[in-house]
Design a protein around this ligand. Structure first.
Ligand code: 1CP
Length: 344
């Protein structure tokens, strides 16, 4: 039975400090990861159960964070929907972008068996991880996944074709969102069967569209995934990056924890977000490019918050970016662990 500080916090139990983990904690800043990348491509690391399990656990040993996140990518869903994908040095790229097809649904053919290797990765992680190490599973939320499918690559972050599809062809948008969601529900369910401790839904590009449109067209699909997760008793974490004031409309039926980006203070988020929903976040990852004194002074903002609120997971507002010194990431973990949070 997992009685880690991360799982306890997700269950609403009291702990002496907040748990800490980071988005993109394996594959961006760790010297041990960068060394493995000299030898293997990202796809090789992700597709081999032994290597992917090893990378997943690197942050547990190197950074000493409180949870591991499966080493994979959100784009495995479009791949299993029939889209050919390569991870190049400049990021992921689909051979054919949906924006270039007259009938995008013609290439969508779900094959859930293409995800089977990921369950082997999860099994391997369980075999090799230290006791009491919770594993976070994840998928992309339907809109973010659609952004990459329409665009074909990640270098243009306006994702205009996906955004305008929501206005110009709602019928097609719903067909695509539905296909992504159905496979994501199956994927989440299988990850849970293979023993993940929590499931995070990454809506990295929520901020591209008005929040009322987000709730009208996208949120019902997110709810299908999170409801399937929560029905199994597995805690759900939802990251709607850039949703802004829209977080006020998230309900406890939508998620157990909400991951907050850096645009809003964690104190303001606590006022806005339904009090039965826990928070995760929200340090600006770019702060970690600054010097030690600046980082430590910014961390002070969290001290009072963490003494007042137990239902909070320390994390970044979004993922690590390349170039962040490993020592600065470690400094944050040590600060969270060594601070006297004065919880009694
Ligand atoms: O620690 C980890 O890296 C955890 C595993 C993980 C996760 C949770 C990876 C590995 N990717 C993701 C999620 C993911 N992938 C998201 C959602 C979260 C987020 O915004 O960070 C998104 C949008 C992607 C798409 C993606 N995959 C991009 C972004 C493209 C863009 O510019 O918009 C990139 C560069 C990738 C490749 C990738 N995925 C993961 C890693 C480590 C890498 C880099 C590969 C390398 O080592 O070169």
């Amino acid at each position: 039975m997992d009685n880690s500080i991360f799982v306890k916090t997700l269950k609403g139990e009291d702990t002496e400090r907040p748990p800490v983990w980071f988005m993109r904690q394996a594959g961006r800043v760790l010297p041990s990861y960068l060394k493995m990348r000299e030898q293997y491509s990202f796809s090789e690391l992700m597709k081999s159960p032994e290597l992917a399990a090893k990378v997943t656990l690197l942050p547990i040993y190197d950074l000493e964070v409180d949870a591991a996140i499966l080493f994979s990518d959100i784009l495995v869903i479009p791949e299993a929907l029939g889209m050919e994908l390569t991870f190049t040095d400049s990021g992921p790229r689909f051979t054919t972008a949906l924006k270039d097809l007259s009938d995008p649904m013609s290439i969508i053919k779900a094959d859930a068996t293409k995800l089977n290797y990921i369950y082997d990765v999860i099994d391997e992680i369980h075999k090799t991880k230290p006791a009491n190490t919770p594993l976070i599973g994840f998928c992309g939320a339907p809109f973010t996944t659609l952004c990459y499918m329409m665009q074909g690559l990640g270098t243009n972050h306006t994702f205009q074709d996906a955004v305008t599809l929501l206005y110009k062809d709602k019928v097609l948008a719903h067909k695509l969102l539905n296909a992504i969601t159905e496979l994501s529900v199956e994927y989440a369910t299988q990850q849970i069967k293979h023993g993940i401790a929590a499931f995070q839904i990454f809506e990295t590009h929520a901020g591209l569209i008005p929040s009322d449109l987000y709730f009208e067209m996208i949120m019902p699909y997110v709810r299908k995934i999170s409801a399937a997760v929560m029905a199994t008793g597995t805690p759900a974490i939802f990251l709607p990056k850039g949703l802004g004031y829209g977080i006020v409309n998230i309900t406890p039926e939508d998620t157990d924890f909400l991951s907050i980006d850096w645009q809003i203070s964690i104190d303001d988020a606590r006022v806005l977000v339904h009090h039965d929903i826990g928070l995760q976040g929200n340090l600006d990852p770019r702060l970690l490019l600054a010097d030690k004194e600046t980082i430590l002074s910014q961390l002070e903002k969290y001290r009072f918050f963490g003494s007042e609120y137990q239902n909070w997971i320390f994390n970044l507002g979004h993922g690590f970016i390349p170039g962040i010194p490993y020592e600065n990431a470690k400094l944050v973990v040590d600060w969270v662990k060594q601070t006297d949070w004065q919880r009694s």
